[in-house]
Write a protein that binds this ligand. Structure first.
Ligand SMILES: *[C@@H]1O[C@H](CO)[C@@H](O)[C@H](O)[C@H]1NC(C)=O
Ligand SMILES: *[C@@H]1O[C@H](CO)[C@@H](O)[C@H](O)[C@H]1NC(C)=O
Ligand SMILES: *[C@@H]1O[C@H](CO)[C@@H](O)[C@H](O)[C@H]1NC(C)=O
Ligand SMILES: *[C@@H]1O[C@H](CO)[C@@H](O)[C@H](O)[C@H]1NC(C)=O
Ligand SMILES: *[C@@H]1O[C@H](CO)[C@@H](O)[C@H](O)[C@H]1NC(C)=O
Ligand SMILES: *[C@@H]1O[C@H](CO)[C@@H](O)[C@H](O)[C@H]1NC(C)=O
Ligand SMILES: *[C@@H]1O[C@H](CO)[C@@H](O)[C@H](O)[C@H]1NC(C)=O
Ligand SMILES: *[C@@H]1O[C@H](CO)[C@@H](O)[C@H](O)[C@H]1NC(C)=O
Ligand SMILES: [Zn+2]
Length: 898
């Protein structure tokens, strides 16, 4: 896929003039909520031209533009633009000059600008906290141009020297460390009134100038700065490559800084590992993290100054569930991975975003976290969280290839989706299993070293990996990246028990693919596990299926399995008899031929096949039944999510839901009895998580004992305000059950916690719970609260109701539609609408819903959420088809077999 099919001039800046170095001066006025600044850009004139074109959003007002030309004799000539043109759609400014600039001219462009610190979480914006506001930047993907005039494309790297002028007593941060204030003269020679105004108050000491060291060459989307009353905690690490010690800090406001230690510890532990793995020293002198109240994405990998939301980085030291710790560790490590992959070597264009994100996800959240928290079994968790998420999204006709054509800026936000992250990460993990992790990491290191401070494409990474592995990686990976979807591998066995025959076809969530959607042949590493003649087991990772069908020698009378350890981005369909044999082997508590990853993969494949019709739902539930003595959390996690999904699909069939709840209680109540409600520091992560999951599932399946216990705990908590009544891991379900089975008293208690939460997790749990009420008046109150919520929280209210409260699922749809215009207007600057669309519709399940939705959007501009809408419609259709196909089989299995 390439962007070259459209004329580049429609979406790419001209290449005759390129930036080499920016001097950026920013004066931040937190009282008036405005900023002013000047950029001086040193340009490379590559071809003769009389116009200079760069990016600036219309919200930035530009002034005092001038071009200075210096000759070799030292003289300087200043030119004013004779014409200024602005295209607000492409956010481009063109200045024309009377004289043509010769190639090789030494030119610097100087532009003054002013802007407003708005709350929109993009560009240079404000965030609020208890005692006022502070400011910070979010420039990815195309928001740098809202803060400074610039050449805002990832490949146009330049160095940046940032100067900040801020109210004395506040803290100014940027990518690089501040230069010691005593070593420079605070006020330069001021050229004009605009510049004089920038520096006013500096002499009197009311304003302070902070000058930062110059960055290495980097992309505009990685530039960052911030100003506010920040506090920090500090640590450091020693480079294993050079022995240099670099400071590491986490900054946030004083009310939150005590929750930053865990994120700092993770950063300190991962930094030396990354250096060793990449064999490239971290290039900057420091690495800060700034935690902000208002933040659009989860976190952002600005070079040297990672930024992110409170929920991404803060951990209450007085007891935080393991889930929160895992998330915080994963995000911190993900962002640190970008300090090399993405920041040192950067995608040539947004089409390669998947590479950036897929890699940071797989490397940061899987390989590296596994090295510091092996007990978390993150590679197994990956199978559930990333691989299955990818397969679920990619099983839709409306999916898209990992590498997408991304011509215009409006589309960039949309491709930052779970597919880019999760499928990208999954195909890289499959590749790592295929070539082996050491060779994989070696290849990545080679790739980085050959693109230091440069731009790169997917092919460049394949080249590094090919060199390290001696295999043509581009050929293996081609279709996984450029083609939509993934295959199902169907296996049959020869009657004499010596051979298996495998066949690949495109897998779709709602049934067999039509021939036109079924043309891709993937190069599939089969990872065949088989039993040798002497009884030992081997896994052959080199076997490839790159034709529609093939045969392999396997003794099928002894344990064997494809996709051993679940590295593959595909599903394996066995005959029901074979599936049952594999399940019994997998269920053995001692001496099983199969691993934890295998059991997780089997559950997910079986349920997906039940949904698509490749397998009867009774066969999938029978697999769950065989695995019922399972002890590992992650297998139960897959089972519980999938059973919830079945319950959620048949949500309007109350008899069936009750029969499913009986089955769920049989599975989970014994686990609750065994594990109890008390958490101990001695528990390993698995035990804690399994306890949490079992209690949640038992409560959701309406087990009276579990519900009563949670209600009592909530009552004690509400009465005494004693945190100990509710273990952090049970916060969410306790609040939810309290509201679901309670009245206005419980509701008011939780609403108060939402207004005044002690930690982000309490607030998140409260948001979710407020959507769980069964009372019409109270749900209306929740809708009201949602509309008044912080911008970033509105969607969580909607997700809470859509996913957690079948009773008001349709109410949510009506609410969204009634408020469509208000929401559309409120969030017009970004892509938040797509989450509202997702939350409001994806849990419905009838054909009438599909019609209704299509009708509703007929006359609306859906361009900012077209994918979310298509995905929601596909989900509903798939559920409707599943209900039609499987209700009978499901009913009879529930009434009979168990
Ligand atoms: C540009 O400036 C450099 C020094 O900064 C000088 O060596 C060079 O000759 C100049 N080029 C032109 C075309 O003036
Ligand atoms: C420029 O920024 C404004 C304010 O955030 C925004 O509404 C507008 O959509 C942006 N322009 C483009 C073309 O994205
Ligand atoms: C932990 O809780 C205790 C009392 O429950 C409180 O005094 C202390 O400040 C808390 N510590 C932190 C870091 O929140
Ligand atoms: C990815 O999916 C999860 C739920 O599975 C959702 O919470 C999250 O917002 C999604 N992320 C993106 C970028 O769409
Ligand atoms: C992008 O990288 C390629 C090599 O990978 C290089 O030839 C090209 O000059 C780079 N483009 C820019 C604008 O730096
Ligand atoms: C896929 O397409 C082939 C022909 O290209 C067809 O024979 C096969 O049945 C299809 N498979 C499925 C699962 O639809
Ligand atoms: C099974 O659960 C996983 C998450 O663990 C989910 O991704 C998948 O969609 C579920 N499958 C079905 C058919 O519900
Ligand atoms: C999205 O844009 C709107 C303005 O159009 C802004 O109010 C909001 O804060 C932005 N961000 C999010 C995540 O809502
Ligand atoms: Zn990332």
């Amino acid at each position: 896929m390439s962007s070259e099919t459209l004329p580049a001039s429609t979406y790419r800046l001209p290449t005759d003039v390129l930036p080499k170095h920016y001097e950026v001066t920013i004066r931040t006025n937190l009282e008036r909520e405005v900023f002013e600044g000047i950029i001086i850009v040193h340009l490379n004139i590559l071809e003769p031209t009389n116009t200079i074109t760069f990016n600036a959003n219309e919200s930035l007002s530009l002034s005092v533009a001038a071009l200075a030309l210096s000759s070799s004799d030292g003289s300087v000539q200043s030119l004013k633009p004779t014409n200024k043109a602005y295209d607000s759609k492409t956010e481009r400014v063109s200045y024309s000059f009377a004289d043509t600039l010769a190639a090789g001219t030494n030119a610097t462009l100087r532009v003054g600008f002013t802007g407003v610190l708005e709350g929109g979480m993009t560009g240079y914006y404000k965030s609020t906290w208890d005692k006022g506001i502070y400011s910070l930047t979010q420039f990815e993907a195309t928001y740098a141009r809202k803060a400074i005039p610039c050449w805002d494309e990832p490949l146009l790297k330049a160095t940046f020297a940032v100067t900040m002028i801020s109210q004395t007593g506040t803290v100014s941060l940027s990518n690089m460390p501040a230069i010691d204030t005593s070593s420079f003269i605070a006020t330069p020679a001021l050229v004009d009134d605009f510049e004089k105004a920038l520096y006013s108050g500096v002499e009197s000491g009311e304003w302070t100038v902070t000058r930062f060291e110059t960055t290495p060459p980097m992309s505009t989307y990685l530039l960052a700065y911030a100003n506010g009353p920040f506090k920090y905690i500090e640590s450091s690490y020693t480079s294993p490559l050079s022995g240099k010690v670099r400071p590491l800090r986490v900054y946030t406001t004083e009310d939150k800084i005590h929750q930053a230690q865990f994120a700092l510890d993770v950063k300190r532990r991962v930094m030396p590992i990354y250096e060793e793995v990449f064999d490239v020293e971290y290039p900057l002198p420091k690495l800060d993290t700034l935690v902000a109240n208002d933040f659009d994405a989860g976190a952002m990998e600005n070079w040297g100054l990672i930024t992110g939301r409170t929920s991404a980085f803060l951990v209450d030291p007085n007891g935080t569930g393991i889930t929160t710790k895992k998330r915080v560790a994963g995000i911190q490590s993900h962002e640190v991975a970008h300090m090399w992959f993405g920041n040192i070597a950067t995608m040539e264009w947004w089409s390669y975003l998947w590479l950036n994100e897929g890699f940071a996800t797989m490397m940061g959240q899987n390989i590296i976290i596994d090295k510091i928290f092996p007990e978390w079994k993150v590679d197994s968790e990956f199978v559930t969280n990333q691989l299955n998420k990818a397969l679920r999204l990619d099983a839709k006709l409306s999916s898209h290839p990992v590498e997408v054509d991304c011509p215009d800026a409006n589309k960039i936000g949309q491709i930052f989706d779970n597919l880019s992250y999760a499928k990208g990460a999954s195909v890289l993990r499959m590749l790592s299993y295929y070539v082996g992790e050491p060779k994989f990491l070696k290849g990545v290191s080679l790739y980085l070293k050959s693109h230091l401070y440069g731009n790169s494409t997917t092919a460049d990474l394949w080249e590094g990996l090919s060199q390290a592995s001696g295999t043509d990686i581009g050929k293996v990976m081609e279709n996984w990246i450029t083609k939509i979807g993934f295959p199902v591998v169907t296996v049959s066995e020869s009657e004499d028990g010596t051979k298996i025959k495998v066949r690949q076809d495109r897998f779709l969530e709602d049934g067999p693919a039509e021939p036109k959607d079924n043309e891709t042949i993937w190069t599939i590493p089969l990872s065949l596990l088989k039993t040798n003649a002497d009884g030992t087991l081997t896994i052959d990772r080199s076997i490839i299926l790159n034709t529609r069908e093939a045969e392999f020698d396997v003794d099928t009378r002894k344990p064997w399995k494809l996709n051993a350890d679940s590295p593959g981005v595909f599903r394996v369909l066995y005959t029901p008899q074979r599936l049952s044999l594999i399940a019994h082997e997998a269920a053995k508590t001692i001496g099983s031929a199969f691993s934890l990853n295998d059991r997780i993969g089997l559950v997910h494949d079986a349920m997906a096949f039940a949904k698509s019709g490749h397998l009867k739902i009774s066969a999938a539930l029978e697999l769950v039944n065989i695995l019922r003595s399972e002890r590992e959390f992650l297998v139960w996690d897959g089972i519980s999510q999938n059973l919830s999904n079945v319950v959620d699909t048949w949500w309007e069939n109350t008899d069936l839901v009750e029969a499913l709840n009986v089955f769920r209680r049989e599975l989970y109540v014994p686990l609750v009895k065994k594990l109890g409600f008390e958490y101990s520091d001695q528990d390993d992560a698995d035990t804690s998580e399994l306890r949490t999951r079992a209690i949640e599932q038992a409560a959701l399946a309406k087990d009276p004992g579990t519900i009563q216990e949670l209600q009592q705990r909530f009552a004690r908590y509400a009465e005494t305000d004693d945190d100990h009544a509710i273990p952090a891991d049970l916060l969410k379900i306790t609040f939810q059950i309290a509201i679901q089975y309670g009245g206005s008293q419980e509701y008011n208690a939780v609403a108060k916690l939402y207004d005044n939460p002690k930690t982000p997790s309490v607030q998140a749990a409260a948001i979710r719970a407020l959507g769980a009420t069964q009372d019409k008046e109270l749900i209306d109150r929740t809708f009201e609260i949602a509309m008044k919520a912080r911008d970033q929280d509105v969607m969580f209210f909607l997700f809470g109701i859509g996913q957690g409260n079948p009773k008001f699922r349709r109410e949510l749809m009506w609410f969204f539609e009634e408020n469509y215009h208000i929401l559309d207007k409120r969030f017009e600057g970004n892509f938040t609408m797509r989450y509202f669309v997702q939350a409001s519709y994806e849990n419905l399940s009838t054909k009438q819903d599909v019609q209704h939705i299509e009708e509703f959007f007929k006359d609306k501009d859906t361009s900012k959420y077209s994918q979310a809408l298509a995905q929601a419609l596909d989900s509903i259709k798939a559920r409707a088809a599943w209900i039609e196909r499987s209700t009978e089989d499901l009913t009879s299995w529930l009434n009979g077999a168990k």
